[in-house]
Structure formats: structure tokens, C-alpha cells
Design a protein around this ligand. Structure first.
Ligand SMILES: [Zn+2]
Length: 186
């Protein structure tokens, strides 16, 4: 019975409405407002039609039209906002997927030197997700050691892991054929 005084905080125990539910509510309310707006315009029109003098019709048309237009605009705004929210939610979910995939694929980079670590190209090697490899077929997955043994250089676009044991080959070997003109024609 001894209630500790002062700890009775007023906390709203209201259950959290999930986002999708909120969007559905907003859509329903927006639709209701739109329908109500049309109804108001219709009622104003009908009320005006029952009057004979033009001067008596004007208030009906004005009030019905103004109220109806206002409700339609408000309902339309609600609809648009609900649509935007659902769109952004969908995009957010998509981004989560992409981020998860990125984390999964980047986890492979932790163990360089395994077979299939890099993809062999013509004169260089790439990460498996390099954009230079898009559309290419028959890609050969090799290890870093193999790539180095073949004299492949790391791609400059995707910058694959260079590996620890580059013995003195820091200077990029010239790939372009700069032939020393032997025996120049005389
Ligand atoms: Zn590359």
C-alpha cells in the first residue's frame, strides 16, 4: 500500500503505430477529405440550384466551393505525403539491402592471398566487383600470389589489395611498348 510518492509519472502507454499503418491511415484520411470536398461542392451546388434568385445562390456556391476546395487540397496533400513516405521507406529498405551486400562482399578482403581473391585481366588484376569487369566473360579468379607471379599490376580503378611482399617493384613497370629502336634504319 505504501506508494512511493512522486513516482507516478504520466507516461503514455500508447502502442507504437507502425509506419505502414500510419501511411495507410494518412491515405484513408486524405481520401476522406477529398471525397468530403467533392461532397461539399456538390451540396453547395444542389443548395444553389434550389434557389431562384441568383443573389441567393452565390453564398451557397461560395461556401460550398471554398470548403470543398479546401478539403480537396488538404486531402490531396495528405495523399501526396503518404506516397512520399512510403516511397522513402521503400528506398530505405533497398539501401539497407545494398549496405548489407556491401558488408558481406567487403568481408572477403580480410584474407588476401586466397585463391579467387582477385580477377586476372589482360595486364592487371582487379577486385571481383571492379566496374571494368562488367560485361566480361570468362573471368579467371586467381590469388594475389599468382597475380604477382604473372607480373600483373593492380588495377587503378578498383585498387585491389597489393599484398605485403612486393619486392622492390614499386616503380611501375612500363606496360607500353617503348621499344629501344634497335638498328635504326639508315
Ligand atoms: Zn579494376
Amino acid at each position: 500500500m505504501a506508494k512511493p510518492p512522486g513516482t507516478m509519472k504520466k507516461r503514455r502507454p500508447g502502442p507504437r503505430i507502425p509506419d505502414s499503418r500510419q501511411i495507410a491511415y494518412a491515405r484513408a484520411i486524405g481520401l476522406l477529405f477529398c471525397l468530403g470536398g467533392f461532397a461539399a461542392i456538390g451540396l453547395g451546388w444542389a443548395g444553389a440550384a434550389r434557389r431562384d434568385c441568383v443573389d441567393c445562390q452565390v453564398p451557397f456556391l461560395l461556401s460550398g466551393g471554398a470548403a470543398g476546395l479546401g478539403m480537396i487540397v488538404f486531402g490531396g496533400a495528405l495523399l501526396v505525403m503518404a506516397q512520399l513516405r512510403s516511397d522513402s521507406r521503400r528506398i530505405g529498405a533497398r539501401l539497407d539491402d545494398v549496405a548489407a551486400a556491401l558488408v558481406r562482399s567487403s568481408g572477403r578482403d580480410d584474407a588476401p592471398g586466397l585463391p579467387g581473391d582477385v580477377i586476372a585481366g589482360g595486364s592487371s588484376y582487379h577486385r571481383p566487383d571492379c566496374r571494368l569487369l562488367v560485361g566480361k566473360t570468362e573471368l579467371e579468379a586467381i590469388s594475389l600470389d599468382q597475380a604477382r607471379t604473372r607480373g600483373l599490376s593492380p588495377c587503378r580503378v578498383c585498387s585491389p589489395p597489393d599484398g605485403p611482399a612486393t619486392d622492390g617493384q614499386l616503380d611501375a613497370t612500363p606496360v607500353t611498348a617503348a621499344e629501344p629502336a634497335e638498328g635504326s634504319a639508315g
